[in-house]
Design a protein around this ligand. Structure first.
Ligand code: SF4
Length: 329
């Protein structure tokens, strides 16, 4: 997806419209900037905007507000939540973290995926995205820490599969969109296939049996880059949200790119929360006629939540490697 401005929303000066790759395509086309959650977080942190209208889901708009406390941040639809957030009971999570830290004989780091509430971020030592989670958790494990990873069960299971030696404990919530992909349905798609090679690329929020079969497991940006650079022939099945698959299909009309299959539901693979960002809802938020103003975050909680976020934004895997490999100091 081209991230430059295409057909902008009508908006007053100083208002910036950010859109996630899973937002409806017309909204992406009219937004100022389209990216994955890490890139949007970085962009929001550097933005000099007076207002940000965030065409994503609630935790993303809250993250933008944490990074831009003096900026007005509007979420077009208050119901744009995320199943990973909704499935995480904060009392249970806090008890899990407290118990693990109290009982451990070594340092424990609670690492939260960015798909989390402000309260969860405040309970975390680090925040990660699907793009940097493996690097950051690997860095903490190399320091001799035990890592508690929340909330995504599938992503955590994948890291345990890749690194069986990691001291990693995982919480139990899923993305309802990616968790619906199944190996059995993939086998049915592949069955009897004789017409050229077939590949599977998958987002790490998908179930582990599927991830084990994938040629590439990666964030939205990593999958897009892979597709854009792909030089071969054959069919590429993609286990991720429909909007991103359509972006891939538009970027590479020469390739046969298809959705992987789900075990249940309508097979649309659309995130219902992202789809609440209709053109009308975003324009109403831009005009000040609608949307949820992110002005309810408690100051002390925001201060706590900002700390692990900034740790992530300042994390540089190359610097960490250099620090670890230096034997002189
Ligand atoms: Fe949450 Fe999944 Fe929707 Fe992303 S696609 S916002 S992780 S429910």
């Amino acid at each position: 997806m081209d991230t430059k401005l295409i057909t902008p929303f009508k908006r007053p000066d100083g208002t910036l419209v950010l859109a996630h790759y899973y937002a409806p395509k017309p909204v992406q086309q009219a937004a100022d900037y389209v990216a994955d959650s890490l890139e949007l977080s970085r962009f929001a942190a550097q933005a000099q905007a007076e207002r940000i209208v965030f065409a994503g889901v609630r935790f993303m708009a809250e993250t933008a507000k944490l990074l831009n406390p003096d900026t007005e941040v509007i979420l077009p639809d208050a119901e744009s939540t995320c199943s990973l957030v909704d499935q995480t009971d904060m009392e249970r999570l806090a008890a899990w973290v407290a118990q693990a830290k109290a009982r451990s004989d070594k340092p424990v780091a609670h690492v939260s995926y960015i798909n989390s509430s402000v309260a969860q971020k405040a309970l975390s030592d680090w925040i990660v995205t699907s793009r940097n989670a493996e690097d950051i958790i690997g860095h903490l494990i190399a320091q001799g820490q035990r890592v508690l990873f929340s909330p995504d069960r599938n992503m955590g299971a994948y890291f345990r599969y890749l690194h069986p030696d990691w001291d990693l404990r995982v919480w139990d919530a899923v993305c309802e969109v990616h968790d619906a992909f199944r190996e059995r349905e993939l086998d049915q798609l592949f069955k009897g296939w004789t017409d050229g090679p077939k590949y599977l690329i998958a987002h790490p929020e998908s179930p582990l049996p599927l991830l084990k079969r994938a040629h590439l497991v990666g964030s939205t940006t990593k999958m897009l880059e892979w597709v854009n650079a792909y030089q071969g022939a054959g069919t590429i099945y993609v286990a991720t949200e429909i909007e991103l698959v359509q972006t891939m299909q538009a970027a590479r009309p020469d390739l046969d790119i298809r959705l992987a299959a789900a075990y249940t539901g309508c097979q649309c693979h659309a995130c219902p929360y992202m789809k609440k960002n209709t053109l009308a809802a975003v324009q109403a938020a831009v005009d000040g006629r609608g949307g949820l103003r992110i002005d309810y975050i408690d100051h002390a909680l925001a201060t706590q939540a900002r700390e692990p976020l900034f740790k992530m934004l300042n994390f540089n895997p190359e610097n960490q490697d250099a620090k670890q490999s230096c034997s002189q100091c």
